[in-house]
Unconditional design. Structure first.
Ligand code: ZN
Length: 515
């Protein structure tokens, strides 16, 4: 047999999390792993030396704001350089299809804090229409999720109320369209507009549609309105009522939810979650306002904020939410304050931090992003991160935000930080477990049958890295730093990273869910 590539002499960690690592060569024909074993006598167009290196399946990022960045620009390779070969679309339910241009434009404005500047047509009549922008233009694969924001906007615009029967029917139809296009998950951001206005009936109804296609439910839960515990309980309610596997985005294991996780175990609830394992989040300041003032289209929301009564009611609320005021400015439309803390920016402007935060939302037309450090003490954070890293229901996902001036370091570092810090240095997880949480586990959970493992017949998405040097280099001060120690990354059998350097190849495809 003639192979296109043989990766030789490496140690295989196969992504199942069960098997021990073992020495073997990997033979690739076209876009498929064709052989795993001793291939020193076989012929290949090119041999890749992996002596002393780990060969693993490509990593899968189930929550990442990368679909625009993947099309080009500074951050196009931020995930690939860490070994991420498949990235899911529509994190937090954000999406722009199928929407008429005006609504798509408004949704883009709303979500721009997570996507930066981009030159897109924002005119996609169908899910397929949107997905057609990727093949031939992306270094990694994308895998669609149903974008609940677009589903709801299409049916009822920015209305901040429960759906009528008729509107719900329209939402079911759009949800079905995405599932037919191969979406493996119904994805929601229940703190964000317009999804925050969905009631339990809407969530259960749409989840039943998703479940009928074998898809799962994933949500950024309602932290802001009902609080974290109740939001977890609501998610379990959805799992039970709709009989659907559920997944909670960007979470952590601490005392507040430890007993809920015990209940999940006891009652056999089909629930997983993901974490990026840094003690800070990233979102827009808009989310810190009282929820009633976040409702409506961006233009409606901004007009409402001009009301002095709204400002007066918001300031004490913000003061409470902002704690130490150590949030870092990641993006403002004007370019002001980048990399400064909220406190520093406020001092510079002669305002209180809450005044600056409120006024900034208006002045930047809602286009602003901040790093939000956890307000708990650092020693407590470390305990929480360590508990999270070892939890059997936890998988790794970056929640990376790109194309903004000062992003969160997770976007360039999440996957390799897990290998370096929680694996090699702290020895909290074995290499087999670590790889499983980044490949086999997300693939199984989100229904990617031919990815996430090294085995004959599966898709040739592969990473070769040095276990002694693999590391994140992105920091809070310098977040845009590519990963170290990742030597080769192949996507669909094509090298995108070769000897540590980008090849410029764009072999990424749209992967589709199959039962
Ligand atoms: Zn989120």
């Amino acid at each position: 047999m003639q192979f296109d590539y043989i990766i030789e002499g490496g140690t295989i960690v196969d992504g199942t999390g069960r098997a021990k690592s073992f020495p073997a060569d990997v033979g690739i024909v076209g876009d498929i792993i064709s052989a795993v074993g001793k291939l020193d006598a076989a012929e290949a167009n090119q041999r890749i030396d992996a002596l002393g290196k780990i060969v693993s399946p490509g990593f899968i990022d189930v929550h990442v704001h990368s679909e625009v960045a993947l099309l080009g620009g500074r951050d196009q390779l931020a995930g690939i350089q860490q070994g991420v070969t498949t990235q899911l679309t529509a994190p937090d339910g954000f999406g722009w299809a199928p929407l008429p241009p005006k609504l798509a434009q408004e949704m883009w404005h709303y979500a721009q804090f997570g996507y930066g500047e981009a030159d897109l047509s924002l005119n996609w009549n169908s899910a397929e229409d949107y997905l057609s922008i990727f093949p031939g233009h992306i270094p990694a694969n994308v895998y669609p999720q149903v974008p609940h924001c677009a589903v709801r906007l299409q049916a009822m615009g920015w209305a901040a109320r429960p759906a009528t029967d008729e509107e719900l029917k329209a939402m079911e139809k759009t949800t079905r369209e995405w599932l037919e296009a191969g979406a493996g998950c119904l994805c929601l951001g229940l703190d964000y507009q317009p999804s925050a206005n969905a009631d339990l009936r809407e969530l259960v109804t749409l989840s039943k549609v998703a479940a009928s296609y074998g898809a799962i439910y994933a949500a950024h839960v309602r932290y802001q309105t009902i609080g974290r515990r109740k939001a977890w309980e609501e998610t379990i309610e959805i799992a039970q009522q709709a009989e659907i596997p559920v997944h909670i985005s960007h979470e952590r294991v601490d005392d507040e939810i430890a007993d809920i996780l015990d209940r999940v175990e006891r009652e056999g609830i089909d629930l997983t979650f993901e974490s990026y394992l840094y003690p800070a989040g990233m979102t827009h300041m808009v989310l810190m306002l009282p929820m009633e003032f976040q409702a409506g289209s961006p233009a409606e929301m901004l007009a409402n904020l001009e009301n002095p009564m709204v400002r007066e009611k918001s300031l004490p609320y913000l003061r409470e939410k902002l704690g130490r005021c150590d949030q870092i400015v990641g993006y403002t439309r004007s370019g002001r304050f980048i990399g400064m803390t909220l406190k520093e920016a406020a001092e510079q402007e002669g305002k209180s931090p809450e005044e600056l935060a409120f006024d900034l939302v208006i002045e930047e037309e809602g286009i602003e992003t901040f790093v939000f450090p956890w307000q708990t003490p650092p020693q407590e954070n470390e305990v929480t991160l360590n508990r999270t890293a070892v939890h059997p229901r936890m998988m790794i996902a970056s929640d990376g935000v790109y194309n903004i001036p000062h992003p969160h370091p997770r976007g360039y570092g999440c996957f390799v930080q897990f290998l370096r810090h929680f694996g090699r240095e702290q020895r909290l997880v074995s290499l087999q477990e670590a790889i499983y949480k980044m490949s086999g586990f997300p693939a199984e959970r989100f229904g990617l049958k031919d990815r996430g493992r090294i085995a004959e017949g599966l898709g040739a998405d592969l990473v070769v890295f040095n276990p002694e040097t693999v590391a994140d280099r992105s920091t809070w001060q310098e977040p845009v730093q590519p990963a170290a120690g990742v030597d080769w990354v192949l996507v669909n059998g094509v090298p995108v990273i070769e000897g540590g350097n980008p090849t410029g190849q764009l072999p990424g495809r749209v992967l589709r869910h199959s039962l």
